[in-house]
Design a protein around this ligand. Structure first.
Ligand SMILES: C[S@@+](CC[C@H](N)C(=O)[O-])C[C@H]1O[C@@H](n2cnc3c(N)ncnc32)[C@H](O)[C@@H]1O
Length: 341
């Protein structure tokens, strides 16, 4: 019974119909909205936080949520910085849910408590991404399994779905396989991702580590095929293999059109690497339509939500067909309680 409710939790919120409508209409689907630029951690490879920036007020964020929903967005990912630092994240999620949006957050989990999880669940949160990049903390990153393992126990009991994400760079790649195995052995959804930005060129992987990265992409593919708890889509696995020099992956980025970001100061961004100065409240549907074509940065992209959502929109049948078998086997494995890969 417990496993059955877990399967329901994982599958009920996929809300297939609205995303499918977005493949045939001209409205946007996904928005990543920064609720704050501030972060309680300072990972060496991360460039998505700035503690000097002011925290947006609830009213500012509510207006941004209303605006993106009026434009047609159906899924909002609340991101940061660290979103749990915002004292009114719960009410913001509740507001977005009352307006019919699917909501998720991405968090390092350090501020998660049982009471916070209850608050997020009560607000109607659909999904949570927990960032776990290492087994134990290092001088570079404190996103460590050892520091959040107790929160994972709490998340296992939460009514919303969650998954782990591990960024693979020189500081973390050595632990990635162990994190993958740890999660899969517990039927916890997990995704290992190649780092997307390294402006200081400090966390580049060596060619030997690149071999490891590719092996880890292939290991996720193998585990996914037999229905283990791999969160990454086949699209993302194919794309990462291509950026590691194995195979071709041709796609058109629909960032700015079907998927976009809203920065902590309320600016419309195509994605976290392509900012604009336009105030989101001034953006029109015609502005979005202007971004329907190729962007040119597709071959080097690391914004996985842009890749996933763009390919879903441009090739929905191929995208969904690749997911059906593995997701069905995942559900069966979860019901049967199979734990070892
Ligand atoms: C920037 S964080 C913000 C949200 C939240 N603080 C968290 O930890 O999930 C969002 C995700 O980006 C990842 N990230 C940080 N630096 C990255 C990089 N250079 N390349 C790829 N992903 C990165 C984080 O590990 C995390 O999974």
């Amino acid at each position: 019974m417990k496993l059955f409710s877990r399967v329901i939790k994982d599958y009920r919120d996929h809300a297939w119909l609205t995303p499918l409508l977005r493949t045939i209409d001209r409205r946007p689907m996904h928005c990543s909205l920064y609720v704050t630029d501030r972060c309680n951690l300072a990972c060496g490879y991360c460039h998505e936080y700035d503690n000097r920036k002011p925290m947006p007020t609830f009213e500012q964020l509510r207006q941004r949520v209303d605006k993106v929903l009026d434009l047609g967005v159906s899924k909002i990912a609340f991101v940061g910085g660290e979103p749990l630092l915002h004292p009114e994240l719960g009410p913001l999620i509740r507001h977005a849910r009352q307006r019919g949006a699917n909501t998720s957050i991405s968090t390092n989990g350090h501020l998660l408590t049982a009471a916070k999880i209850d608050e997020l669940a009560g607000a109607g949160l659909n999904g949570l991404q927990l960032s776990v990049d290492r087994l134990t903390p290092s001088a570079v990153s404190r996103k460590a399994l050892s520091l959040v393992e107790d929160r994972i126990d709490l998340l296992n009991k939460a009514p919303f779905k969650f998954h782990l994400t591990t960024v693979m760079c020189a500081d973390t790649v050595g632990d990635a396989r162990a994190i993958l195995e740890w999660a899969v052995a517990r039927n916890i959804h997990v995704e290992l991702r190649v780092m997307h930005a390294d402006p200081g060129q400090c966390f580049r992987t060596t060619s030997a580590e690149q071999e490891d990265l590719f092996a880890l992409i292939e290991e996720q593919r193998r585990l996914k095929a037999v229905g283990r708890s791999i969160h990454a889509t086949s699209t993302i696995l194919d794309f990462q293999a291509a950026i590691l020099g194995r195979g071709r992956f041709d796609w058109t980025c629909l960032a700015g059109y079907k998927i976009f970001f809203v920065s902590g100061d309320g600016k419309f961004w195509l994605c976290s690497h392509r900012p604009t100065d336009l105030d989101i409240l001034q953006v029109s549907t015609a502005d979005l339509h202007g971004y329907a074509g190729r962007k040119g940065c597709e071959p080097h992209c690391g914004i996985y939500c842009a890749v996933n959502n763009s390919v879903f929109i441009t090739s929905p049948t191929r995208f969904v067909a690749a997911e059906l078998g593995p997701r069905f086997r995942q559900a069966v494995n979860m019901v049967l309680g199979r734990r070892q890969p």
